[in-house]
Ligand binder design. Structure first.
Ligand code: AMP
Length: 395
């Protein structure tokens, strides 16, 4: 796998696909700069080598040129984070961009305008990709968030660079982290799948059963499994058309020697609200009109024991409705168990949507091995799909 570290960028222009699709408030200020910070190490390495950086990204979902989606809004924020005054070109192709690139000196950084102002970007248009390719000697893909898209700047462009293409440091870290779980994970390997629905996780389950030793199931998904086994789940979230599927998953796991761990108790509520009445009951005996919204204390202890014995841990999806403080305890307890195991030497990867939000909200980010930056890309990786942005660099 070729990364930035395999190149010396002295006197070279690096064309870097970054993911600066950051949230902006009404005054066009960046409200979460995580993605900009994540791109910093690659940019610094190139500048320290004595090269220059041409950054390209999308922002939002514009229809043609729309001022509110201009990357111009983030120039100062990027400059502050990188520590270099970033230049800006008001178009990512054409004369303005070419002039700005031609004038770029070693040690300088240029940000190109939003790629998605041109519909050719999402269409993966080859001619458009070739125009972008003119801006750099080496193509660097450092945007994991869009690695599952076969767009012009994320995948198609790579064909213009022969061997002069590589993964940025962020993307390389994402790939390595996924491999640490899915390919070379030290045993026992445990996956925790929570979140709302079985249907959205089925492809992941199918793919990971061959790679793991333990599967912890939590969150809303729980109740489809409990009902399939004959339990009473009251008003809890359930997918009645997936009951057979739940049974098949249990059978497949048994055949593959994967131990499935289901909750044993549940914090139930008489309404889907933080101030609802609650009690803790056996997960198979939820009364009518009550719904399970969090993992109970016995479940938390049971899951913590499995986690404590794991050497590799993958976490996707919360164990309860963590957005409401009264139903966040199961998710927090799991985070604590994973943090503890990580401290003792386990490798832990958190990825895909809401578990990332939970980990950040409850302060576990520095206590796990790696938190993925790409929601959809991470999910597709866990599903075993080849991501176009990664394949394009490897080919
Ligand atoms: P997902 O995007 O599939 O990972 O689902 C995340 C969502 O699942 C979060 O918004 C949680 O509030 C929700 N969730 C977790 N546990 C439950 C539950 N027991 N009942 C309903 N929703 C849940």
């Amino acid at each position: 796998m070729k990364t930035l570290n395999d190149f010396n960028f002295k006197d070279k222009k690096a064309l870097i696909r970054v993911d600066f699709n950051v949230p902006l408030n009404d005054e066009f200020q960046v409200t979460d700069d995580t993605r900009i910070r994540a791109a910093k190490p690659s940019i610094i390495k190139i500048l320290e080598d004595g090269g220059s950086c041409v950054l390209m990204s999308h922002l939002g979902r514009p229809k043609g040129f729309q001022e509110e989606f201009s990357l111009r809004h983030i120039v100062e924020e990027v400059s502050q984070i990188i520590g270099v005054q970033v230049k800006f070109a008001g178009n990512c192709i054409g004369e303005e961009a070419e002039k700005a690139v031609a004038g770029l000196e070693n040690g300088e950084v240029l940000l190109l305008e939003n790629l998605r102002f041109h519909e050719e970007e999402k269409l993966g248009d080859e001619a458009f990709a070739a125009k972008l390719a003119k801006h750099g000697d080496v193509y660097v893909n450092d945007a994991f968030g869009t690695a599952h898209r076969a767009h012009a700047s994320t995948a198609v462009i790579a064909q213009n660079f022969a061997d002069n293409k590589c993964f940025g440091l962020l993307l390389a870290k994402e790939i390595e982290s996924i491999a640490k779980v899915m390919e070379v994970g030290e045993k026992p390997v445990t996956a925790v799948l929570g979140g709302a629905k079985v249907s959205s996780k089925i492809t992941i389950i199918d793919n990971i059963l061959d790679k793991i030793d333990h599967l912890i199931i939590g969150g809303g998904m729980t109740f489809t499994f409990i009902k399939a086994q004959g339990g009473s789940i009251g008003n809890s979230l359930v997918e009645d058309d997936k009951l057979e599927l739940a049974k098949e998953i249990m059978a497949e796991a048994a055949a593959k020697n994967v131990t499935i761990h289901l909750p044993v108790d549940s914090v139930i509520a008489d309404a889907f609200a933080n101030d609802a009445n609650t009690k803790v009951v056996d997960v198979t005996q939820i009364p009518d009109d009550w719904m399970g919204l969090d993992a109970g204390p016995a479940t938390q202890a049971k899951f913590a024991e499995v986690i404590a014995q794991s050497k590799t841990i993958l976490w996707n999806g919360p164990l309860g409705v963590f957005e409401m403080p009264n139903f966040a305890k199961g998710t927090i307890a799991l985070g604590e168990a994973i943090a503890e195991a990580t401290k003792s030497g386990a490798f832990s990867l958190v990825g895909g949507g809401d578990s990332v939000a939970a980990v950040k909200q409850f302060g576990f980010e520095p206590k796990v091995s790696y938190v993925s930056t790409g929601g959809g890309a991470m999910l597709e990786s866990l599903e075993g799909k080849t991501l176009p942005g990664i394949a394009a660099i490897l080919s």
